[in-house]
Design a protein around this ligand. Structure first.
Ligand SMILES: [Zn+2]
Length: 215
């Protein structure tokens, strides 16, 4: 079955340096809490298709002919705020109690969001719903791009008509060439963490005592 919709990938930068064999338990705990907090109270249509270590791969079915960037951008901003809020908890609260590599390095994690609208094939393997198709491949390739910012949202031209005129000046245009796929045009906007001052308690904070300590 082919379905139209929007693919959203939230991709953590700095993850490889963050993981270290000896402190994997603390590193995983931090990432699970970051992703879970980002997904809390999401639109009910948003489906998590995969958690790929450092990336959250989501799918939002949407049959409408034109898709407006407004609600999608609000969703991304909300996820960004929650990411920063929980990250801040791990560095400012937890960081005072654990001096392991993972808990200290958590502050260096950055995040980017990639949005691409397209048509996918939906199928099931056992209890898992999967999506596949060229647009899924394109969405994954987008993580390699020439956007100069650390933290940003990138939206391919597939969503462009929905950008409201008043917001247009905040978006910059870019284009990258990918093997086989060809050129992909997109808009991007820098996400500014200095504007966010929330401190958010991680969803699984009650389980923190079950972690092995590195102190
Ligand atoms: Zn730790």
């Amino acid at each position: 079955m082919n379905v139209n919709g929007v693919i959203l990938i939230a991709d953590i930068t700095g993850y490889t340096q963050f993981l270290s064999a000896t402190e994997i338990e603390h590193a995983n705990f931090i990432v699970v809490n970051l992703f879970s907090a980002m997904l809390e109270n999401s639109p009910k249509d948003l489906r998590v298709m995969e958690v790929e270590g450092d990336a959250l791969f989501c799918w939002l079915p949407m049959e409408k002919r034109s898709v407006s960037i407004g609600p999608l951008f609000q969703l991304v901003q909300r996820q960004f705020r929650r990411f920063i809020g929980v990250q801040r908890w791990f560095t400012e609260v937890r960081g005072r109690h654990c001096d392991c590599h993972a808990c200290i390095q958590a502050r260096d994690l950055k995040i980017k969001f990639l949005l691409h609208r397209g048509q996918v094939g939906v199928y099931r393997i056992a209890n898992f719903e999967k999506i596949a198709g060229l647009d899924v491949v394109i969405a994954h390739r987008l993580s390699k791009n020439s956007v100069p910012d650390d933290e940003y949202v990138l939206v391919t031209h597939t969503v462009e008509p929905g950008i409201v005129s008043g917001e247009r000046q905040k978006w910059r245009e870019g284009e990258d060439k990918y093997p086989i796929i060809g050129n992909i045009r997109y808009h991007y906007q820098k996400l500014d963490r200095s504007l966010i001052d929330e401190l958010i308690t991680p969803p699984f904070v009650d389980e923190i005592d079950n972690l092995s300590s590195h102190l």
